[in-house]
Design a protein around this ligand. Structure first.
Ligand code: TYD
Ligand code: MG
Length: 455
């Protein structure tokens, strides 16, 4: 007889333990363990009928099937997916509440319904009226989109088997539940079970499936990592609350490259593609003012040109203030220290504010030099021309270190009409292509300051 046993599972990362713990040893979060009863008759416990089992085959004798890509009609989305939505694949998309997951997926569902046929949209979060309101707003009137407000996986599975749609959307995986599992919807074992059930049902019938997932407070898809292992493609939709641009990022893709990024803008009529993102990340042309510079940041495989701004003013308080919007505060402090010590600029008594135009967050080391130069530009009231891009990492000794994918960055700069690029000398030495750019290689912070006319 199977014995009911209980284990304790961390709701953040899925770590399992035999007893309750206050702090998870795996992800360090507090008070996240809850009890789960497990029945010890899982598929691994079942006796396999020897006649039914699959025999190993010679790999060469298996006929490889090409993945069938369906273009979604949104270029940005297609690129992130690796060329389109693959028939029969399982896609997981995560993101914070209100970021636009349901909107984007409804727009995608509409395109698939137009091209392929029936789409089943299952929602456990919103009623039919709410989804209809959204569809009206997005101007979607498609007879091929079927809506089902349901949270019980048994019913959903039955419906899928009956309808055999081309695409199934589950919004969201955390609201669905299976009667076989005693824990509440959204817990690790429920999410795991639901995903496995949907996967089995859809893969057998070659039905493409999109799962929408919630994210935890540190930005991962709620539920265990095992969820990401089960699906074919994992996408994240990111963005700032007060910034209408949304970034769709692929972190896993069995049918294409990962780290690909697509840009969208949330507008009144839904998510619209941004095909030339660099142009919106640079502020409108202004008169010549000091304290602004263009840098290159690599988002996935795509370089973006972004504008940085800085303001330095003599501090009226005892301790000068350093504030960063979109860049790390500690990085600003470090670069000010390098400017003080290595370039002898006395910024120590200044309040320093650094801002990334249009609310992007950048963590890349390649913008270090841009931050240092834009601070110096404001401090010395020296204007950096708008057609100059600055690329480089700054070391503690003031040396400029080389950055990755320099060719991609330069190509993007050239495309957007940049005339002059300040890049690390080590990168310049190894350049293979030629560009219609005035490329200045710099070895240290002083050379870089000289290149923009300071010192
Ligand atoms: P939604 O897709 O419901 O987000 P999620 O499913 O990720 O929780 O999007 C919600 C937000 O998007 C909401 O604040 C309203 C806004 N929105 C628009 O700005 N334009 C639109 O056309 C739509 C449908 C929503
Ligand atoms: Mg939603």
């Amino acid at each position: 007889m199977a014995k009911a046993k209980s284990i304790f599972v961390c709701s953040e990362c899925g770590y399992e333990s035999a007893k309750w713990l206050g702090k998870c040893p795996s992800c360090n979060s507090w008070n996240t363990f809850y009890e789960e009863k497990i029945q010890e008759t899982t598929s691994s416990g079942k006796k396999v009928n020897l006649k039914d089992r699959e025999k190993p085959k010679n790999l060469n004798s298996i006929e490889g099937k090409e993945a069938i890509y369906t273009k979604t009609g949104y270029g940005e989305l297609d690129r992130v997916l690796g060329g389109g939505l693959v028939k029969g694949s399982l896609v997981l998309i995560g993101g914070e509440p209100g970021i636009g997951k349901s909107t984007l997926i409804l727009q995608l569902a509409n395109k698939i319904a137009e091209k392929e046929g029936t789409v089943l949209y299952v929602s456990g979060e919103e009623s039919g009226e709410q989804v209809k309101l959204r569809a009206d707003r997005l101007n979607i009137q498609n007879d091929n989109i079927m809506f089902l407000a349901e949270t019980d996986i048994d019913n959903i599975e039955a419906e899928i088997m009956e309808m055999k749609p081309k695409l199934v959307v589950i919004d969201s995986i955390q609201t669905m539940y299976s009667n076989e599992i005693t824990s509440a919807p959204g817990t690790v074992s429920q999410v795991r079970e639901i995903t496995a059930r949907v996967m089995r049902c859809c893969k057998q019938n070659q039905i493409t499936t999109i799962l929408i997932g919630h994210v935890t407070k540190d930005g991962n898809i709620a539920g265990p990592r095992v969820l990401e292992h089960m699906v074919d493609t994992v996408l994240y939709l990111e963005g700032e609350r007060y910034f209408s641009y949304r970034i769709l990022r692929s972190v896993k893709n069995r049918f294409g490259s990962t780290n690909e990024v697509g840009m969208f803008e949330m507008q009144n009529e839904g998510m619209t593609e941004v095909t030339n993102p660099s142009s919106i990340l640079i502020s409108e042309d202004q008169d010549q003012v000091p304290g602004a510079a263009i840098v290159s940041s690599l988002e996935g495989t795509r370089p973006l040109l972004v504008e940085l701004q800085a303001l330095t003013t003599p501090s009226v308080y005892g301790i000068p203030k350093r504030t960063g919007n979109g860049v790390d505060f500690n990085k600003i402090a470090l670069l000010i220290a390098v400017l003080e010590k290595r370039a002898r600029l006395s910024i120590g008594n200044q309040d320093v504010y650094v801002n990334v135009v249009s609310g992007m967050k950048i963590n890349e080391p390649a913008i270090d030099l841009g931050i240092a130069l834009v601070i110096a530009s404001s401090f010395k009231s020296v204007y950096i021309p708008k057609d100059t891009a600055i690329i480089g990492e700054v070391g503690l000794t003031g040396e400029i270190r080389s950055v990755n994918m320099i060719d991609k960055r330069l190509k993007e700069a050239e495309k957007l009409g940049i005339k002059k690029c300040i890049i690390p000398q080590n990168n310049k030495k190894l350049l293979k292509n030629t560009y219609k750019l005035d490329i200045i290689g710099v070895k240290n912070i002083n050379e870089a300051l000289r290149a923009i006319g300071i010192q």
